[in-house]
Write a protein that binds this ligand. Sequence first.
Ligand code: LFR
Length: 488
Amino acid sequence: MKQCFFAVDLGATSGRTILGAFTDKGFELEEVNRFPNHLIEVSGHVYWDINALYQHIIEGLKIAAQKQIEITSIGIDTWGVDFVCIGKDGHILRQPYAYRDPHTIGAPETYFNRISRTRVYELTGIQVMNFNSLFQLDTLRRNNDSSLESADKILFIPDALSYMLSGKMVTEYTIASTAQLVNAHTRKLEPELLSSLGLTEDNFGRFVYPGELIGTLTAEVQKLTGLGAIPVVAVAGHDTGSAVAAVPALTKNFAYLSSGTWSLMGIEIDKPVINAQTELFNFTNEGGVEGTIRLLKNICGMWLLERCRSEWEETSYPELISEAQKSEAFRSIINPDDALFSNPSNMESAICEYCALTNQPIPDTRARVVRCIFESLALRYRHVLDSLIALSPRPIEVLHVIGGGSRNDLLNQFTANSTGITVVAGPSEATAIGNIMVQAMAAEKSSGMDEMRKLINSSIPLTIFAPQDTEEWNCAYKRFLQIIDLKK
Ligand code: LFR
């Protein structure tokens, strides 16, 4: 019987479960089920539906059970920073807030009145973003949130779902790291920050690192799915950690761009880099697989297009990309990271508003909007890559684009043109591969990340994009910098 690993990979707009196996020739991946994940708006707040996500995982496990294959283990990764509160009786106290909820606007500044920004950065090395769990928890405390008040434990989303499957509560290192609750040097929960929130380590599950066993499927889940007591293993619970583990790099001289709802651009290093410059550039030091650190920055990614698409009856990506390709170049440019785009009621109108505010032509067709999004993303990538090159201890020779966004050839070409470095695109399923890789390491089916990366490189088709039209892109970049300045 073939041995498979079951990966659950949940993003902010969709989730999937995947079966993965290793052969001498490489990976075999098979998608089991795919489902939407939506923000749910109720009474002025936005939530995730944790029970619906659990239900989709159960469906996936049921399908896997019917395939009569041996499942070695299950691993879950998700987007970062959100969490559920668990009562003393073990119940989830309410649906988790989604990180796009407006309740944390201005939250970091309020928090820094008690512990300074520099101190928080010194301890955690994590970029300041208003939705980090540290600020979410502080906001809930200030608002006397009843679920936090009665919480016995706090579980991040991947840990919460592992708990629902196994009955065991853990706090996995990579997901706690992006939450801004881990000390970057000790790589454990930071007591000074916990106590500022009125919490202690007892309010969290057992602290585990990627590769450790969480538990096995509960009797209830076994009955529901028809599976046996299969181990649930901690992977890099943070999806970006799983994705970057699967960068198909052959040397260390690379940068990556994990491209999905967010674009995460960074380098991989052995020790956190926390200094005045990284603080000023607001670069993060997130914990990864095998003790690695991701020095990176969040860039608003496909979120812009995903939101436009939901307003355009979900027109297919290939159709939108081909329309954009034929559209006029550099007609209007935006800063994808402007606050206007974080969660507007209508994304297309927000883009038009930005262009009006910066005295540029309004993108008045769908093709023009998409072209504007892609070119602006590529210009912002250069902006961030320039800072990254200044911070990197190593030369950056290639940019690996991974994740669903790596299937977008037009954006890949724009990225190469804008940054002036070679782009290697793929694998698009990096997150699931990274998840499966850690499960394989836990099952002693692999000797580690370097070996896995070579295997990915040799077994998955990758596409290379060389920079073109350098002069036009240099001019556009100057315009991009002026536009950012104008909007300040
Ligand atoms: C990507 C991601 C990013 C994180 C953002 C919000 O899916 O996990 O790494 O900053 O979502 O949680």
